[in-house]
Design a protein around this ligand. Structure first.
Ligand code: CP3
Length: 347
């Protein structure tokens, strides 16, 4: 039988709601910090044994229903000739961001050798984990990948990216196309290595105004999902921060599930798109900085907002915060796994 999580993403019958956390393999865990104290971030991504070890730490500790491969969405940029650095502080940084149409010309087809580590890590995870646990592979969605390459790092408003899209639509479209085309073989390699489910992160997709969103964000994501071909595993699309107004459009990508940010009203989202896709999310990660009592109450309230007949994919509304006490993460996971919806309420 497929893992509980995989069945739930496909909309098949499940015994209870599955749960995992975005960024579950990360800095709130002591084992991760111990590995990172000796290993720079990119080197960790590129060392399959160590990457598998940090992917497994949350499963060993909390027994959630899925492991996400330890890697980063920006490895693809590097493989396309846009190098990225992860300095000790301040987030990712691109020494040569894409700021002009001429810069787009130096972006090339992905060098698969530079991202092979991700498939190698997935192979270790799939052969180590029991069949009951799903292995999640992932990549950026095309827009969020391009946004980082243009912006050159994290940003509050992605002003360079928005300007570029308005000012140089042809070059922007070419960059989006090259990126989308690069993601297909990258994800296919993860499928061949044993990924049970794929998640596409479009964390900043919603920063574009509606016309540009409609023109690029959704069609290019759809292009990637379609490009994976028949027999692909189910796909979860994270349309990103501030995407609540765009859920109907996000359904058009063809993903089996949408991952909701914490600002989205869960019951309303089910009413709007719950019959077309499965939904994942969306507890506010800041709750995990509070107390187990508040976490249990908020998690139960979230699950009670799920209408009968839907197998909710419990998660946070964005990545877990690095200052989260591990026992608070445990309170979230345990509350979901103990929760039983009213009889007959599961899909
Ligand atoms: O546990 C997991 O989810 C698996 C691994 C994973 C990482 N990044 C590891 C990581 C995943 C799925 C990602 C996705 C990712 N990376 C996204 C999309 C999801 C989201 O959070 O919005 C984005 C936008 C990135 C790019 C990125 N990588 C940023 C902006 C940063 C710095 C921000 C921060 O939290 O410091 C990273 C670094 C990064 N990627 C860390 C981890 C565990 C922290 C690095 C460290 O150890 O110092």
């Amino acid at each position: 039988m497929s893992p509980l999580f995989t069945r739930a993403v496909r909309g098949e019958p499940v015994e209870r709601y599955p749960v995992w956390m975005m960024r579950q393999a990360g800095r709130y865990l002591p084992g991760y910090m111990a590995v990172r104290s000796k290993t720079p971030f990119l080197e960790l991504c590129r060392s399959p044994d160590l990457a598998a070890q940090v992917s497994l730490e949350p499963i060993e500790r909390f027994d959630m229903d899925a492991a996400i491969v330890f890697a980063d969405i920006l490895l693809t940029a590097d493989a396309m000739g846009v190098p990225v650095e992860f300095p000790a502080h301040g987030g990712p940084s691109f020494p040569h961001p894409i700021r002009t149409p001429a810069d787009v010309e130096r972006v090339h087809e992905p060098d698969a050798a530079r991202t092979r580590c991700v498939a190698d890590t997935i192979r270790i995870l799939r052969s180590t984990l029991p069949e009951t646990k799903a292995v999640i592979g992932f990549s950026a969605a095309p827009f969020t990948l391009c946004a980082y390459m243009i912006e050159g790092g994290s940003s509050r408003d992605f002003i360079h990216t928005r300007r570029f899209a308005h000012e140089h639509p042809d070059a922007f479209e070419e960059l989006m196309q090259v990126s989308a085309d690069a993601l297909i073989p990258y994800l296919q390699e993860q499928i061949a290595a044993g990924a049970d489910v794929l998640q596409l992160f479009d964390t900043w997709g919603a920063v574009l105004p509606p016309a540009l969103y409609r023109r690029w964000v959704i069609p290019m994501t759809q292009h990637v999902i379609e490009g994976l071909g028949r027999g692909r595993p189910p796909v979860i699309y994270f349309p990103g921060i501030g995407s609540e107004a765009r859920l109907e459009q996000a359904v058009e990508t063809g993903a089996e599930a949408l991952s909701l940010d914490w600002q989205t009203d869960l019951a309303a989202a089910y009413a709007r798109v719950g019959n077309e896709v499965r939904l994942q999310g969306n507890l506010d990660p800041s709750l995990l900085l509070t107390t187990p009592k508040l976490i249990r109450a908020a998690t139960t309230a979230m699950l009670k907002a799920v209408p009968a007949g839907h197998a909710h994919l419990a998660n946070l509304g964005h990545g877990i915060h690095k200052d989260t006490p591990p026992e608070n993460a445990a309170a979230f996971i345990e509350t979901v796994q103990a929760f039983r919806p009213a009889a007959g309420a599961l899909a």
